[in-house]
Each structure stands twice: as C-alpha cells, then as structure tokens.
Design a protein around this ligand. Structure first.
Ligand code: 8YV
Length: 309
C-alpha cells in the first residue's frame, strides 16, 4: 500500500500489517479475531481459508478494479462486503492500451533501441505494420473497454466487440470470441480475469485473428493461453503482441523476452502517480464510509450493499 493509503488509514484505524508479519500463522492467530477490515493489493490472494481466520471481518477494500484473486463467493457467504476501485483508473488504462497498441504496430520501443544502438547512420529503421484500415476487436466492453473504444473512434478505425450481451453502442457485436477474432485484426483484451475467462484466448482464437493479427492484453494474463500465444508468435500465425500482463507475473517467459515482435510492459496500466493516488484514496474513503455507517462507496456486484451495516 502506498504512503497515501497508510497515512489515510492510520488517522482512523489501528493497523496490523500482515505483509510485515514474520510468521503468517502466528500473526493471524494473534490478531485475526480483532480484524474488522482488510485493505489489500489487487494481487494478494484473499481466499476462503484467510477469510475463515478473520471471524469478525466486515469489509475487504481492494486496490484495483480487478478482483479475481478475492474469493467473492466465500466473502458473500460470510456477509463480508468487497470493494474495488472502478472508474478512477479507466481513462489511465485506456490511454496505456492505445499507447501499447501503437507501440506494438509501429515498433516504437524497437525503433528507440535501434537509434540508441547507433544503427541509424548505417540504415533507416525498417518499415512497420500500421493501424490504418484495421478493425479492432475489444474483448470485454466494460468501463475500460468503452474508454478504449471512444479513443479508437478518434483514430478512425472500425470497432467490434464481444461480451456477455450486446450493448447500445455503434460497434459491431459478435456473440462468440472466435467470431470477433475472425472479424478483427487487433484483439484488445480488457475482460475480467477469473475462472470464467481462464484461457479463452486460445490457439483457435489466435488462428482466427490471422497473420496480420495483433494481441494487446491490459487485463489479466490468465485470459490468454500463454503457450498457445508463444507458439502463434513463433509460427507467424499472428503478427505481434503488446502485453501488460502475464500468467505468472512478475515472471515473464524467456520465450517472450527473446522475441523482437512483442512489446512487454510490467503491469503498468493504472501506474501513474495521479491514478494510483485516486485508487488509494478510494480505499481510504470506502473504509471510512463503512465505519461511519454509510455503507461502502464502490462494492463489487457479487457483494452488493444491502443497506444494513
Ligand atoms: C493493480 C490492476 O491494481 O486495477 C487492477 O485490476 O490490475 C492494477 O491497477 C495495480 O497493479 C496495483 O496492484
């Protein structure tokens, strides 16, 4: 947790730091029953076992919009509310998604490396692929997906999408992911992680995307069958990939770091000072509102606020 969150929480709460505890079991046995709220990073697992060791827990405030590491079913059955940080990061992640798409197509990092290596005087940088005349398929037209689509409108490209149901938007809806991939030559992945979406971007989807296809993932590594992606990049089944997230992050397969037709980022979608501060403030505001009896500000849909503290 950032200093802003720690300072905000310290003002009103007594903090117990599981992340600094020398022994997890001893810590949980000692302070577990006193814990009424938990502030967690989006990457720290909150499973049924942890929840069971916090019998007086009322609320989990998670730092991030994605909450696939939290067992919301177990939280719900114990009457525990889970909050996330939606909206405040949508524009930031959408900006990064567009940057990553352009960086991948126009090989911006590769061109930078080329210049720094002193190769320009010898020979101009090779010509690249383009965003022109492409159809961008968005997997998951939620808040961030729509923010990406709005930006893409300005780039003058065709936009299509796949999600659970069609929405009232001027973009082409495809009822299946392979159909979206077939109709697109960029697959922009922005759907939530979790068991329902695990590995859905598989070999067949990559094959449908085709040899000019670009995969951009700013969601969760778990949505992509990473072995199939590596194989598709190696064989030319698709053209390239821009990835901000990975299945086993922060560890990234050597097969990917060895490739020059991919752009790889260390999960920085929401990572500006401005947006991370807004996310941190929302954690503090959620917990403060909860203990003032006002309910959570941004509960996730699986643990809706009933109005009863
Ligand atoms: C993380 C994210 O929260 O919001 C999400 O779902 O993945 C990120 O914004 C961030 O990496 C901090 O852990």
């Amino acid at each position: 947790m950032q200093p802003l969150v720690m300072e905000g929480l310290q003002r009103d709460f007594v903090l117990h730091r599981l992340d600094e505890a020398p022994a997890r079991d001893g810590f949980l046995a000692e302070v577990g029953p006193r814990i009424r709220a938990m502030a967690v990073n989006a990457h720290a697992p909150v499973d049924a076992d942890l929840l069971a060791r916090l019998p007086n827990l009322e609320i989990v405030a998670s730092f991030g919009v994605g909450y696939d590491t939290i067992d919301v079913g177990a939280a719900r059955s114990r009457g525990i509310v889970v909050t996330n940080t939606p909206d405040v990061l949508s524009d930031e992640v959408a900006d990064l998604a567009l940057g990553l798409l352009l960086a991948t197509l126009r090989q911006i990092p590769q061109a930078d490396r080329y210049l720094r290596a002193g190769r320009w005087p010898e020979k101009s940088f090779p010509l690249t692929a383009t965003l022109r005349n492409r159809t961008v398929g968005i997997l998951g037209l939620g808040r961030i997906g729509r923010a990406i689509a709005r930006r893409l409108e300005g780039f003058g490209v065709d936009i299509a999408y796949h999600g659970r149901s069609p929405q009232d938007v001027p973009y082409a809806y495809h009822a299946s992911l392979p159909d979206l991939a077939r109709a697109s030559d960029v697959l922009m992945i922005v759907a939530p992680g979790g068991p329902e979406t695990r590995g859905i971007v598989n070999a067949a989807v990559l094959e449908a995307l085709g040899p000019q296809g670009i995969v951009v993932n700013v969601a969760r590594g778990s949505l992509v069958d990473e072995a199939a992606l590596i194989a598709a990049l190696r064989s030319g089944t698709i053209l390239g990939a821009g990835l901000d997230v990975f299945a086993g992050e922060p560890h990234v397969p050597d097969a990917l770091t060895a490739m020059d037709h991919v752009v790889l980022l260390p999960h920085v979608g929401s990572g500006s000072v401005h947006t991370r501060a807004a996310m941190g403030q929302l954690i503090v505001d959620n917990l403060t509102a909860w203990f003032a009896g006002k309910g959570p500000l941004t509960p996730v849909p699986e643990t809706p606020w009933s109005g009863q503290p």
